[in-house]
Design a protein around this ligand. Structure first.
Ligand code: FCB
Length: 440
């Protein structure tokens, strides 16, 4: 069964992971610049200072996309390029970069899907409390308006946030990602403020002419360690609320699931009247980032979190140690279809890292099986409109630095030479075949 004619095939990247040029053209500092400089935070002290040097080499990267035949490109806009201090007027040189990129994409028939916030918060805002400060939500909306004022005449699809749960969990609860704060459940307001920022940004974007707006969430289907164990089932439910439902239900239904299963601060201390109406501003699509399912069990007595993660051992794993379970993607799409009726979905990220050379059979197998899961969902009537491979290029994989390679294209960081992997050729053929199946 072929994919529908309008189905988009794309690739995804993010600013801090590929651009480099962190001090050029007036860019301010982001939390990730500061985090990378802090000894012991990122493997081998790697930083995004140069990354794939995409800021200078973007024409070459665009040519790679054109040859690949994608019709959509998800990238992110670096907030500190647009507002070096996180507030105030736009830095025109920052906007110019994305303006040129958008024009060049459109010239090649590639639809831009910019993400406004893919984790590189201006450091100046972090110094005011970052996402724990409610005001940051208003700053996001202000920034969104500046970008849309310049680009919305040409950019139709907008993504406000990337994976707010990861910022909350890794950035503020566990402290393993920037900004490195380890507040456990006291981090929950950081999630709420991101959602509020999303809602305010949706409204601000539309006021500037943006036509289709959504956000990209990280989803992980949850399995209880022992299905017949009541405590494990409760832990699985809590993890599902924490990871998945917290960032979906407020957006599509204007209300939170029952947060009392998490423990943590009383939501009344950070959710104000009117917030959920703002967060529930209608979206045109949901972005689904999927990598793997999670298994959880009941926490040990005295554990501050209401769940404990246990490894999934019965499936093969990627180079990151993430279990490979395409069926869990199918389950996830069914769940979203049921719980978010009428909301179109895009797979905004899916992919894998392996210690590969350019001969990456394992990646081909991973992508083929996940795309089959998407095909099965579409055949059942789930409204999936596109699929973006994470990632076009090997890039700066956060705390793994340059050790994890997710690209369809290999990057030699010493020379910045790009070499398409076998998976690139496979994806190109896949796209060409699916277009052929549609039209012919
Ligand atoms: C996701 C991030 C993305 C990338 C992949 C591997 O959680 O959104 O930036 O690092 O994981």
């Amino acid at each position: 069964m072929p994919f529908p004619a309008h189905f988009r095939w794309g690739v995804a990247t993010a600013a801090y992971q590929i651009e480099g040029a962190t001090t050029e053209d007036g860019r301010g500092e982001s939390v990730w610049d500061v985090f990378c400089r802090t000894p012991g935070r990122v493997r081998d002290g790697h930083t995004g200072e140069v990354a794939c040097d995409h800021y200078h080499r973007w024409p070459e990267d665009l040519a790679l996309m054109a040859d690949l035949g994608v019709d959509a490109y998800r990238f992110s806009i670096a907030w500190p390029r647009i507002q070096p201090d996180g507030t105030g007027p736009a830095n025109p040189r920052g906007l110019d970069f994305y303006d040129r990129l958008v024009d060049a994409l459109l010239d090649r028939g590639i639809t831009p899907f910019p993400t406004l916030f893919h984790w590189d918060l201006p450091q100046a805002l972090e110094e005011e409390g970052g996402w724990l400060n409610r005001d940051t939500a208003h700053r996001l909306a202000e920034y969104a308006a500046l970008v849309a004022r310049r680009l919305a005449d040409r950019v139709e699809h907008w993504i406000t946030l990337n994976e707010p749960v990861v910022v909350t969990a890794y950035g503020y609860a566990l402290g393993v990602y920037a900004p490195g704060r380890a507040l456990l459940l006291d981090a929950l307001p950081a999630g709420h403020h991101q959602l509020l920022g999303h809602g305010l940004a949706v409204t601000a974007l539309r006021a500037e002419g943006a036509r289709r707006v959504g956000l990209a969430n990280h989803y992980s289907p949850v399995w209880a360690a022992a299905e017949d164990d009541e405590a494990d089932r409760r832990a699985a439910e809590a993890f599902d609320v924490f990871m998945n439902r917290c960032y979906t239900e407020p957006v599509v239904r204007g209300r939170y699931p029952d947060l009392s299963v998490l423990g943590g601060p009383d939501p009344a201390s950070y959710v104000r009247d009117g917030d959920l109406a703002a967060i529930g501003a209608p979206v045109d699509f949901l972005g689904v980032n999927y990598y793997n399912p999670t298994r959880v069990k009941a926490p040990a007595p005295g554990d501050p979190l209401p769940f404990e993660l246990v490894p999934v051992e019965e499936h093969p794993v990627t180079g990151m140690g993430w279990p490979i379970v395409p069926d869990a993607l199918l389950d996830l799409l069914r769940t979203l279809h049921r719980t978010c009726p009428g909301v179109p979905l895009y797979i905004t990220e899916n992919g894998c890292a392996f210690d590969d050379s350019v001969h990456d059979e394992e990646r081909i197998d991973f992508l083929a099986r996940h795309i089959d899961a998407v095909r099965a969902a579409v055949a059942e009537g789930v409204d999936v409109r596109g699929y973006f491979v994470w990632s076009l290029l090997d890039n700066f994989e956060w705390v793994e630095g340059y050790h994890a390679r997710f690209g369809l294209v290999h990057v030699d960081y010493a020379t910045q030479r790009r070499t398409p992997k076998d998976s690139y050729a496979w994806y190109r053929d896949h796209i060409a075949r699916s277009r052929g199946a549609v039209t012919g």
